[in-house]
Design a protein around this ligand. Sequence first.
Ligand SMILES: [Fe+2]
Ligand SMILES: [Fe+2]
Length: 347
Amino acid sequence: MTLAKTIYKGRQVYLTAGQGNITKYKDNLRRIGIEYIYVDDEISKGIEIPDVVSDETRIKCRVALQDTIERFAETSILDISEVEPGLDTMLEEIVINEDVKLSLNDISIVDDYTFSHSVSVTVYGALLARKLGFNQEDIHKLATGLLLHDVGKTMLDPDILFKQGKLEEEEFEYVKSHTTLGYEALSRCFSLTESSRIISLSHHERLNGSGYPRGISGEKLSPFVRIAGIADVYDALTSDRCYRPKWPASKAVDYLISRCGTEFDTDMVSTFVKQIAVYPNGSLVKLANGFIAIVVSQNASAPLRPRIRVITDPEGKMIEPFEVDLMDELSIVITESQLELNKSINQ
Ligand SMILES: [Fe+2]
Ligand SMILES: [Fe+2]
């Protein structure tokens, strides 16, 4: 088996796409928290795994953000010029690939959740804004604000921020202060517009006033802030956290839909979920009849019904692979996604 997608560790390449004999790295990868990888083998032949924004660009943005924040910690001056080139490349890629569905997060070995989360939230939010018809200037302002939305977290005590298990009331209040702390820091950065800064203060506010820090609601939440709330929650739910494992895309999509009109803007959520590959290319799915298949490609209008390649029978025995387009076979239903399958295998 050959590695199909490069794996990164921090700033460096950990394993390059094309690396052969990948099974010998299995234990090492498990040890550092990598539960799944993309491989090229007989059964996955010809399946492409497109991405809205390339791993290279995500890493470029993450590294620039990390450097910016480290310099800010030393000098108390927030100079965001270093993040601009990466951000520009990201926005160009989003324009080119706007019809590519959003897949699983990149499989970097992430040492620092806050930075990779900030980049993913920027990708989600900028793509959503594009689909909602925002102009490029506004998308740029939004993306800058999204990239910096959790800057306040970098000023908190990591022992509390990344505490395993439930936070005490007091600790939760402390973590909430990342919104006001971030906003104060961004207020001293004069190259930012107020519409970008406000994202750091208000990305945890909700339409019905149930959010924090101010509990503001309805029209008081700008479109930028509404987008930020959706992108932030979606990425948090689909990422591994110290207090819970990541959710499959289907569950995170249900979460957003069930809170439409109360916590989140209905039109924005419905536009957003259309961009998600609920069952990403190259991932495994289980069908209601027990067969296991690998996802080959997406059907743009029906995210729950991709084209699949069936590879095992209900007993789990490998069979001669055959392809089915679930748009043509409406009686066939997917019941489990890759993550749920991983869970049942690990138990
Ligand atoms: Fe936050
Ligand atoms: Fe966040």
